[in-house]
Write a protein that binds this ligand. Structure first.
Ligand SMILES: *[C@@H]1O[C@H](CO)[C@@H](O)[C@H](O)[C@H]1NC(C)=O
Ligand SMILES: *[C@@H]1O[C@H](CO)[C@@H](O)[C@H](O)[C@H]1NC(C)=O
Ligand SMILES: *[C@@H]1O[C@H](CO)[C@@H](O)[C@H](O)[C@H]1NC(C)=O
Length: 497
């Protein structure tokens, strides 16, 4: 994972964990198993016999998988009597023997669910709920037509109003536009709901008489509906992407908002985030000013989110800001740079965002405090001391990027202690570590893809990543070789000869 993407990943994880934590208690699994167990030996064969089949990749040690198991089993038992039956499968992704399968399906987390169609020819991400009832409803829908026909006002009312839905209005259900619309619905059916009608009068908003094919996107926020008449595949995709995003994404504990929050963090745009207490007196005033800037900068590669302080503890930690600094705006650029306005007032929002957009705000750097005492063998480096310690010190510095939760880092810690002790009498060698989760570092200089990552900068400024074995001997040798010590000694030996 690219370092610049790590933060997005972390935020997504805390959003997901929040969603997961809302789930109910486990229920007892039934005695007969409806979920099929497949492995590498019978996977392809089984899948090829089904038009529609659901696969769960799980790991035996994964807690979310254990929570899902009884719900998944219950859903499988209900769906076994669906007409036609829907088959649910599980694959142990932790089993070495299934490795080829998990890499083919690019499984990176657990549990991951996929829907396979046409004997496995089409693969679709499962994006539905994780409780039995929700799984059943979602899969029934996924197994039906991609777009539902609206034939009455009642149909329309059942579908429209609660979430984003894309409705095609066609004088007749034929022709290139209609075919494109259905193909498009098929392609994006796991992300959005689709419907079509020949009578725009049935729909709750918009022009009731539609002469030419029209796609009308309904949403429960902002302007409530948007029309487009461009039925090219790319045009449809762009239209839905832009029209379905809220002007301001709201992040609180309302699960209906979470899909938008995930979309927000997955977006390649720069991100502005206002964190404040949603129950505070000034909320309405903040909301309206913030909405104004979102409208003003729409389409200018920056998107806007407003987060409730209470739900956003993880974000505060992640960005290294304190509760007392709220209300605050953080802009996170795609290159990793951050900009902060702490204790912002409603009337300062417009002017601060303007200053930022004009390039007049200095980036903000997350840092732990510089330690007052730093006399352990392995020195502690923080963002605010990184430059002095590593680049201005004129020394040979081995720097470890670690995360407090990382097991490999804990193992390495004692080895680094020994390495540091063996250079104790050499004032030109420093062994240091930086908590990469609590401190920003220049991502164009340090490419940290995982933890621990070791970099070595020698006295003349040459910077290289250490990729050898994590043993004391190898690290010590590496430092000696790259500090030029060895060659200097060799030279002096030669001189003596
Ligand atoms: C697939 O093979 C595994 C291992 O041999 C077996 O446990 C499982 O029951 C098989 N599944 C089916 C549906 O045949
Ligand atoms: C938010 O404001 C409400 C009402 O003033 C207050 O009761 C609550 O403690 C505040 N929450 C935080 C996180 O400051
Ligand atoms: C630092 O490393 C570079 C590249 O290997 C080397 O040319 C240079 O001599 C080294 N400097 C010292 C002081 O060892």
């Amino acid at each position: 994972m690219e370092a610049s993407k790590v933060w997005i990943w972390c935020l997504t994880i805390f959003v997901l964990s929040l969603i997961a934590s809302c789930k109910g208690e486990e229920e007892k699994a039934e005695s007969k198993e409806f979920v099929l167990t497949l492995d590498h030996s019978n996977f392809t064969d089984t899948v090829s016999k089904h038009n529609f089949i659901v696969i769960e990749f799980y790991a035996p040690w994964c807690g979310h998988c254990k929570n899902l198991a009884p719900e998944y089993e219950k859903a499988a038992s209900i769906l076994s009597s669906h007409d036609p039956p829907v088959v649910l499968v599980k694959v142990d992704a932790n089993d070495e023997a299934n490795k080829e399968l998990t890499s083919e399906f690019e499984i990176r987390g657990f549990p991951t669910l996929k829907i396979l169609r046409n004997g496995g020819k089409n693969i679709q991400e499962y994006k539905g709920p994780r409780d039995a009832e929700g799984i059943v409803a979602y899969l029934k829908k996924q197994n039906g037509p991609a777009s539902a026909e609206i034939k009455s006002v009642e149909d329309a009312n059942n579908l429209i109003g609660k979430k984003v839905i894309i409705v095609g209005v066609f004088p007749k259900f034929a022709g290139e536009e209609f075919e494109n619309f259905i193909a498009f619905a098929e392609k994006l059916r796991s992300d959005y709901e689709f419907a079509h009608t020949s009578n725009a009068k049935l729909l709750p908003h918009g022009e009731p008489s539609v002469a030419a094919p029209t796609v009308r996107l309904f949403k429960p926020f902002d302007e409530l509906f948007v029309d487009s008449q461009d039925f090219g595949m790319d045009a449809l995709e762009n239209f839905v992407e832009v029209a379905s995003a809220p002007m301001v994404t709201v992040f609180n504990n309302d699960p209906d908002n979470h899909p938008y929050v995930i979309k927000f963090f997955n977006s390649p745009s720069d991100k502005a985030m206002l964190f404040l207490n949603f129950s505070g007196d000034l909320f309405d005033s903040f909301k309206s000013k913030y909405h104004d800037v979102a409208v003003e900068y729409k389409g200018k590669n920056i998107i806007f989110l407003m987060g409730d302080q209470e739900t956003s503890q993880g974000a505060f930690e992640f960005f290294g800001v304190r509760q007392e600094q709220a209300p605050l705006i953080i802009v996170q650029k795609n290159d990793g740079q951050k900009y902060l306005k702490a204790n912002v007032e409603p009337d300062q929002i417009v002017s601060w965002v303007k200053e930022y957009m004009e390039g007049n705000v200095q980036p903000f750097r997350k840092s732990e405090p510089i330690p007052e005492v730093n006399n352990e063998p392995v020195k502690v480096v923080v963002a605010d001391s990184l430059q002095d310690f590593v680049f201005n010190s004129g020394k040979n510095v081995l720097l470890e990027f670690y995360a407090p939760w990382c097991g490999h880092c804990k193992k390495l810690a004692s080895i680094l202690d020994e390495v540091a002790l063996s250079f104790e009498s050499d004032p030109d060698v420093i062994i240091a570590k930086i908590d990469a989760t609590a401190n920003d570092y220049p991502t164009d200089t340090f490419d940290v893809k995982g933890y621990p990552t070791l970099y070595f900068k020698n006295a003349s400024g040459n910077l290289i990543q250490y990729e050898g074995d994590r043993t004391k001997e190898d690290i010590v040798n590496f430092i000696k070789t790259n500090s030029g010590k060895v060659s200097q000694e060799e030279e002096s030996v030669k001189d003596e000869l």
